[in-house]
Design a protein around this ligand. Structure first.
Ligand SMILES: Cc1cc2nc3c(=O)[nH]c(=O)nc-3n(C[C@H](O)[C@H](O)[C@H](O)COP(=O)(O)O)c2cc1C
Length: 173
């Protein structure tokens, strides 16, 4: 049975929900471990047959931990089946929701020495009630500028779960 490692970089947990969904699907094909990429050891990485990394965007950037991880483990990642996906709010827009058109995925590929073999991009979630004051009003401003929802009493999930399922079924075929 293949050992499949699914690693996440998240701030508010939505990327973990996507990893869990992908993990459920991939568990039909191998043994799945889901972990924060900060907590993973070199040995665990070496022991895996397939590695998927998912990371979210905050204030225009993937977390620094994504880049330190991919720099440190590039050669191990390159030696395995591997894939990457990004989660962001911009991807709710049809013209920015695939790896070739999403600005954050394009930027990631320019910045990262690790070039994943398969790529995905998913629209995330805006959960206003959950955010602290500054984040709440900053993301509301970003939403207002980009014609998104601005009602801070509500939560908005933009993720297309059937697209997540298709990605899960395709990545390690
Ligand atoms: C304070 C804040 C800033 C954000 N900045 C951006 C951004 O610059 N661009 C974008 O597309 N999405 C942005 N988002 C949306 C997140 O990428 C989205 O909420 C995602 O689902 C977060 O995933 P996570 O819960 O795994 O961290 C932001 C969200 C918050 C709360």
């Amino acid at each position: 049975m293949d050992k499949i490692l699914i690693l996440f970089s998240t701030t508010d947990g939505h990327t973990v929900s996507i990893c869990n969904r992908i993990g459920e699907i991939l568990s039909a094909t191998g043994s799945v471990i889901i972990s924060s990429l900060e907590d993973i050891s070199q040995i665990e990485l070496e022991n895996a047959d397939k590695v998927l990394v998912g990371a979210s965007i905050r204030y225009g950037k993937h977390n620094k931990n994504l880049f330190s991880f991919s720099r440190k483990y590039k050669s191990i990642l390159d030696s395995k089946e591997n894939a990457f996906f990004s989660v962001n709010a911009v991807a709710r827009k049809p013209e920015k929701n695939d790896p070739g058109t999403n600005p954050y995925l394009i930027k990631f590929l320019k910045q990262s020495s690790w070039q994943p073999k398969k790529l995905g991009v998913f629209a995330g979630k805006i959960d206003y009630p959950k955010y602290k004051f500054i984040d709440k009003y900053m993301i509301r401003l970003i939403m207002w500028i980009t014609d998104g929802p601005t009602d801070i009493r509500k939560s908005f999930e933009f993720t297309d779960w059937s697209k997540v399922d298709d990605f899960a079924n395709d990545i390690f075929k």
